[in-house]
Ligand binder design. Sequence first.
Ligand code: IMP
Ligand code: MG
Length: 459
Amino acid sequence: MTSRYRVEYALKSHRRDEFIEWIKGLLACPFVLHADVEHFDSQFPQLYNENPDDSDIYFKNHENVVAQDCQKRYLEIFKDVENLIEHTILIDEINDKDVFQNSTSRLRKLVPSLGRFFTPLPLSEAFLIEDERRAISKRRMVSPSFNDVRMILNTAQILALTKIYKDRTKTNLKLITFDGDVTLYEDGKSLEKQSEVVKRLIQLLKMGLFVGVVTAAGYPKQSGAEKYYERLKGLIDYLNSTHCELTKSQKENLLVMGAESNYLFRYNSEMKGLKYLENSEWLLPQVKTWDIRKIEFIMSSIYKHLIHLRNKFNLEDSTSIIKKERSVGIIPNPGCQILRETLEEMVLSCSNKLSLILKVDSKNLDSVKVCAFNGGSDVWVDIGDKALGVESLQKFLCQNESEELEYCPIKKSESLHIGDQFASLGANDFKARLSACTVWIANPIETVAILDDLINFMT
Ligand code: IMP
Ligand code: MG
């Protein structure tokens, strides 16, 4: 759907990614100045009048020349951005080492909301790969888009991780985590045995990687083991099948982190399913000290706020409010739908409410992490976030002090999170950027494509 509505929606500031928009702006210059079909030399009109057939060949050749010229100019931009990123990494390292240093890199001055880069990004190489696939330089009417840049950033991240992986003296990819809905399976659906993504997940496990699902969907203990089995059925059934080629330890490299960072499960060969791990086995020290009364205060405030929003938007008959141990959400009743604008309004309103709650009692509450997000058909406020979810996995896998584990520690530069929710507000994968390298996909088909790249570049 390309409508005025869609265009306006995409322009909302909380939906935009400042870094991607900035790169798009840089690419718009060569597009405007050089990608024009009318950028012909003076012979063309005369040639067209004299011999239209010759002019056709001329036109096609000329198109190639313009495309090559554009490619060269886009490439220069990506090389420059690549250098700016390397410089930013260097400045961040210097700042980390010396607390009195507080320099801001040039790139961070240009794009103030920029996060941390855990690896360099070979953007020029990634651009050439994506240009081949998406024919970006050959386009004359449509300038490099948000999705073009998103794809180039994704490919650059995969290249960086796999290049490093090949050069084992440095560092290598050890943990790959996935969001659930929209990333592994369609929203609200499950992994089927024949899902293309299942084959890739098995391959990742076979390559010795840890595979984690870090999802907002939150269910504790036995009910969790059953619920997550339902969502991951295709994969778990394969692990239990007689024709499964994976070793016991490869199978047990599959983990599920539920409710962002609240419930941990690990595949267990004896149980032939997911085993719930008690919090005492893995909870991060900073989370262990969270005060349960503060959590309850946040949850009940948000619960009341959702009731207020539900009344305000006349959603009493079409929605339900759910309060769980660590999350509160509003979901549509069967056969009903919440309007996209209403979802957006509610998630922004909950985020505002949260910042007020956390500010009023900042002395006591600021250590509890909370995340509010729009799940596409529902809105949730969860205690915890995916930054903690991913970090918990990195630390849990390396906490065995009695054994020297050759893959430890798992650094942020050795961990990749793939998800669909990376807008700066009202999205939950965004927080994973604090703990790992990330790839931003738009649907499960893109997840399969990015995994194919990853596996190809690694083997
Ligand atoms: P994710 O994309 O895997 O992070 O899952 C997000 C979806 O999980 C939400 O859109 C909800 O539909 C569903 N969900 C179920 N339980 C919860 C919960 O407790 N918190 C947040 N989302 C939940
Ligand atoms: Mg998702």
